[in-house]
Each structure stands twice: as structure tokens, then as C-alpha cells.
Design a protein. Structure first.
Length: 485
């Protein structure tokens, strides 16, 4: 019996999302990524003696935004805490975070679960905290260096309940959560740069059991694929240990992407190990109802609701709707194109196919919001309109699209200037057909003898003879008439 049949995985995820603020959580240093090491630092974020933190109001607002978007309860009173541990990237020897009284609690993220159904993954909490510095190992021989630019950058820690049951569900949850945060424009979701980081808590238990197994935390996963691989490996590893009569220990393990396995780092700390206590330099945080309601009024339509509307309003399949709404800028582009020419499914096909391929090739999707599209939405709509009107074929349209992407020109102008208008005139198409049939008399005889699959050969030859300009539907109709004769 396979491991996935004997055991059930129980998975919870802890996501750290860096917030898109101009300055850090408790000082005025820039929070921008990419500066030379230790350029964005000051006595506060370096933990110098005698300094005091000053709260960044914008961080609180973004935390409220995330909480409302995920249906959390917003605490009207929350409290800061010191999380104590000693590590080179933590200059104060403690991290300012939230513990017993987080700003957001409850809530959920919904993910696809197959057969058109959705699964509700509950959230335990969302709280604010400051990021640590970054250790850089082996950069100069045996030395390890520390870059404190990231120290004090504001984070949201988003903790799920252990509601996930597979690596695939964990990947779907992370993608949906990142999509929500990007819609809100509060986190860029860049896992490679560390602004969207995930730790996974994984345990297994015999199928049918309700007791929780021994939890193992996995770190060092910098892509969705890495998270899925690490969780799948860890489920298998735990099953092997139990099947061999071994005992699992609660620990933190490191994902090794080169060997594609997890390695033990340390025995897992408990909350008591961090010696949490209230932060004496910051007052409890009070959030008024009016502030919460102002934030609620500014929330955008979120991806799950937008996908449902795309299915309902545009008649799109669930898959199309999910792909188109994963990014707010792509969904906005699609709707702009549909407003210009009402063929929702055809425009969906072009956006999901040629357009998304192009923006991936050009790395435009690295940005939180694509502002310079390679093809204007009105021009993509015009291209689809040319196809729908029979003025160009689908094959010609692809070459027109490439020219649009290269020059930014109107497809109608490209078609006129390059003489690409589709041939729909019966006489012109029949002339090409007659020439092909005369040159291929043996195949005509085979077709009339019952080998009707040769129709595709004749269609291809006619399209080649007309430079791809002949109307394919007309070609099929007229060929069948001639071959029947």
C-alpha cells in the first residue's frame, strides 16, 4: 500500500510577506530592495543602545487591508511583543512582533479543490513584525557577512490552520494568497528576492485518525515548485521513518534544492523558548471603527470574486477565469479588450496564449503591475475583430500579432500595408483549387476512391498556393464540391 493511502498529511503554512512601504516599520530608513549592503540603516534598525521605535502608520493600514480581504476579525486593540533570540542578523537580540494579541485573527483563503468545488483554508492569524537582516555565507572565503538593509522592513506573518492535505493544495494556497496580496498592492510576492517567504509545518497520521502527528517545520523554499517538492519529500520521509519502526522528532529541517531532500537543522523551538513579553517601548495599538471602514471601502474586487464574475458575465470556463484573474493587471487588460470587441472567449484565448507568452519572454511579469503592455488591449480586440469579420485567417493573425508586438502598430494598418487581407472570393479560390487538383490527379483518384483523409492535404496545398490568405472555411467548402464532381 502506497504511503499516501496509509497516511494522511496535515499541513499548515506560515507566510512572511514584506510590505510595500517607503520606509521601515519603526524608523525612517528606506525599505526598498536592491541597495548596496547596509546602505539603508540607522541606529534604530541597527539596534543601537538608547534608541526608540516609532510606529509606521502605513504598515497598520496594510495589515488591516490584508485582514479584511481574507475575512479576518480586526482587533480594535492589539499589542506588540519582544521575541527574544540571538542570531547575527538580529542586532537587538530580539524581534518586535505580536504574540498574544495580533491585529487580525480568523479568516480564510479559498482554493480550487477539483470538480468545480472550492476548499476553505482557515487562517489562524495575521500579525505585524519587523524583518531581520540577511546573512551571506561563503561570499568571501570562510567568512559570513551580514546585510542589515532588510532589518526592520515591515512584514505580515500569515499563519494558516493545518487544513492542507497535500503538496498540491499547499501550492494552490500560496498562489491564491500571493494573488490576493498583489491585488491589494501591498506585497510584490517575489519569492526569489525574499519578499514572499514560506515555512511549512508538516506531519502525517494514519488515515482515519484525528490525532495530530509530530510536526516538522521546513525552511529555505524560494519558489512554489520548491514548496511543493519539499512537502512531498517530507511526507514520504516521515512515512518511511514510521514504517521502519522509527520515531519522528519535532524539528526544523532545511530544504536542499540540489539534492531535493530535507536535512535536519535543529530541534524545533517552542514559544516559551523565545521568552515573549510585551514590548515596553511601544504602546498598545488601538484601531478605531472608522479607520477599519475606510479601509474596507477601498478594497478592490478580489481574484476569487472576479473569477466567478468572469464565468458568469463572459461565459468563460473556470480555467480561463482563474488564469485571467490571477493578476489584477491581466484581468484589467482582458476586460478593456472585451469592452472594445465583445468576443470574450476568443480574446481569452489570445490573452492566455500569445500575450502571456510574450510578457513571460520579456520578463514583464516580474513587475507588480505591467504598465507598458507589448500590445494595447484595443489593438488585441481589433485583431480578433479582423478574424471574426473574415478579413484575416487565424494563421495570418499570429504573424500580425508578432508585428504588433514588435512595432506597437494597429493591426488594421499592418494588414493593409502588408496586403494580408484574406481571400474570400470564390473565383480566386477555385482557380487555386483547380491548379492543385490538376497537379495531383493520383491523389484526387484516391480521395474519390474513399481515402477522404486526403482533404487535409488539399487544404494545405491551397493555403500554400494563396500565401495563407484564402478563407479556410471557403477552401473546405469549395474543395469538397470539386472533389465530389
Amino acid at each position: 500500500m502506497a504511503a499516501n493511502e496509509r497516511y494522511e498529511a496535515v499541513i499548515g503554512l506560515e507566510v512572511h510577506a514584506e510590505l510595500l512601504t517607503e520606509s521601515k516599520l519603526f524608523c525612517g530608513c528606506s525599505a526598498k530592495f536592491g541597495a548596496p549592503p547596509n546602505e539603508h540603516t540607522c541606529p534604530v534598525c541597527l539596534g543601537m543602545p538608547g534608541v526608540l521605535p516609532v510606529l509606521n502608520r502605513r504598515v497598520v493600514e496594510l495589515a488591516i487591508t490584508a485582514g479584511l480581504a481574507t475575512s479576518c476579525t480586526i482587533a480594535r486593540s492589539s499589542r506588540w511583543a519582544r521575541k527574544n533570540y540571538f542570531y547575527p542578523d538580529l542586532p537587538k537580540g530580539y524581534q518586535i512582533s505580536q504574540y498574544e494579541l495580533p491585529i487580525c485573527s480568523g479568516g480564510a483563503i479559498e482554493i480550487p479543490s477539483g470538480n468545480g468545488e472550492r476548499k476553505r483554508v482557515r487562517l489562524t492569524r495575521i500579525h505585524m513584525e519587523e524583518d531581520t537582516g540577511k546573512n551571506i555565507h561563503d561570499a568571501h572565503g570562510d567568512a559570513s557577512l551580514v546585510d542589515f538593509n532588510r532589518s526592520g522592513v515591515p512584514l505580515l506573518e500569515i499563519v494558516s490552520e493545518p487544513d492542507l492535505r497535500s503538496a498540491d493544495e499547499a501550492g494552490a494556497y500560496l498562489r491564491q494568497l500571493r494573488s490576493v496580496l498583489r491585488y491589494l498592492e501591498i506585497c510584490d510576492g517575489n519569492m526569489e528576492e525574499g519578499s514572499f517567504r514560506c515555512d511549512a509545518n508538516v506531519s502525517i497520521r494514519p488515515r482515519g485518525s484525528t490525532a495530530l502527528g509530530t510536526k516538522v517545520e521546513i525552511k529555505n523554499m524560494n519558489s512554489f515548485r520548491a514548496v511543493e517538492k519539499a512537502i512531498a519529500y517530507e511526507i514520504g520521509r516521515q512515512a518511511r521513518v514510521l514504517d521502519e519502526g522509527g520515531r519522528l522528532v519535532q524539528e526544523t529541517r532545511h530544504w536542499d534544492p540540489d539534492r531535493e531532500l530535507t536535512r535536519s537543522m535543529r530541534i524545533k523551538e517552542q514559544a516559551d523558548d523565545y521568552r515573549y513579553f510585551p514590548e515596553p517601548d511601544l504602546l498598545p495599538l488601538t484601531v478605531g471603527d472608522d479607520w477599519v471602514e475606510r479601509v474596507r471601502a477601498g478594497l478592490p474586487e478580489l481574484p476569487a470574486a472576479r473569477a466567478e464574475r468572469f464565468e458568469r458575465e463572459y461565459g468563460l470556463p473556470a480555467y480561463d477565469a482563474e488564469v485571467l484573474t490571477a493578476r489584477k493587471d491581466v484581468a484589467d487588460y482582458y476586460e478593456a479588450a472585451v469592452r472594445a470587441h465583445a468576443n470574450p472567449k476568443a480574446i481569452s484565448n489570445w490573452v492566455m496564449g500569445e500575450l502571456l507568452r510574450l510578457i513571460k519572454d520579456r520578463h514583464l511579469d516580474d513587475a507588480l503591475v505591467i504598465r507598458e503592455w507589448p500590445v494595447a488591449p484595443a489593438y488585441l480586440a481589433a485583431l480578433v475583430e479582423l478574424i471574426d469579420g473574415g478579413q484575416i485567417s487565424g494563421k495570418i493573425a499570429k504573424s500580425v500579432f508578432e508585428e504588433m508586438a514588435r512595432t506597437g502598430a494597429d493591426p488594421r494598418r499592418i494588414v493593409v500595408d502588408q496586403g494580408l487581407t484574406q481571400v474570400s472570393d470564390d473565383a480566386a479560390i477555385l482557380a487555386a483549387i483547380d491548379g492543385i487538383l490538376e497537379a495531383n490527379g493520383d491523389r484526387v483518384a484516391q480521395y474519390r476512391g474513399g481515402k477522404t483523409q486526403l482533404l487535409g492535404f488539399f487544404v494545405g496545398q491551397v493555403m500554400k498556393a494563396t500565401g495563407g490568405k484564402a478563407n479556410p472555411q471557403k477552401v473546405n467548402e469549395l474543395l469538397k464540391e470539386r472533389l465530389a464532381g
